[in-house]
Ligand binder design. Structure first.
Ligand code: 1GP
Length: 229
């Protein structure tokens, strides 16, 4: 069963392709974050996912795998997030890769442990935008329309506004959130201090912090949690 996630305010996303040791994991857990997502776009292998999973295993907080390639699916996580890229330039990232994965593993899937997420990738320079050939330019009406399609046509429970590597526009996040009725808004991108966390935390239901834990900004991690709780 996917853990109860709707009240998560703060999540840390750890990239299996980046170096992590027990000290880093301890610091992440001690920050008070609500959950840990393991996910990344580049060079993701099962070995790297497994290594991170082993480091996380001793801790009770929810451990979620965001599946980016079927080759890296690892059992044992508390839940599995499946990205559906709403502004993908190729159907591969809307449904193609998903169909291939389900063709292989459909009989074995524990659907209760799966949560789909409607991604809107808004930083054209990030790796996920390049991989999915994300569609640009988009004005705010386009972005809200994607979000509403995700919410109402695909019944996606959450819309993930992804600025990976860049701090986005809080007004835009608020505009999209106000246009939705059911789906939760998750925001990720460029949060590296308490002030930015607070700003986006006012607009989104959940904020995701990623890269900052691999830089000296990790000293601000606890502030980013405090800012949204
Ligand atoms: C990446 O949204 C997350 O998928 C977090 O982004 O690494 O920029 O914090 P950052």
């Amino acid at each position: 069963m996917f853990p109860e996630w709707k009240n998560w305010r703060h999540v840390v996303k750890l990239d299996p392709d980046k170096p992590a040791d027990e000290f880093l994991i301890e610091e992440v857990v001690a920050s008070g974050t609500d959950a840990i997502i393991v996910g990344g776009t580049q060079n993701i292998t099962r070995e790297k996912v497994l290594k991170l999973f082993k480091l996380l295993k001793p801790y009770p907080l929810p451990k979620i795998l965001e599946v980016s390639t079927i080759n890296a699916i690892t059992f044992g996580f508390d839940g599995y997030l499946i990205p559906v890229v709403l502004n993908a330039g190729h159907p591969q990232w809307l449904i193609g890769a998903h169909k291939e994965a389900v063709k292989i593993a459909g009989e074995l899937m524990d659907w209760q442990a799966v949560l789909p997420e409607g991604y809107i990738i808004l930083n054209p320079d990030c790796a996920a935008a390049k991989l999915t050939n994300a569609i640009y330019p988009l004005n705010q009406e386009d972005i809200l329309a994607y979000a509403r399609c995700g919410e109402n046509l695909f019944s996606l429970p959450l819309i993930y506004i992804e600025y990976s590597g860049k701090f986005g526009d809080p007004e835009l996040v608020s505009y999209v959130k106000n246009g939705l009725t059911k789906a939760k808004i998750v925001y990720g991108g460029g949060i590296d201090n308490g002030q930015k966390a607070e700003m986006m935390g006012k607009m989104a239901d959940t904020i995701v912090v990623g890269n900052m834990v691999y830089t000296e900004s990790i000293k601000n991690l606890r502030d980013t949690v405090k800012a949204v709780k």
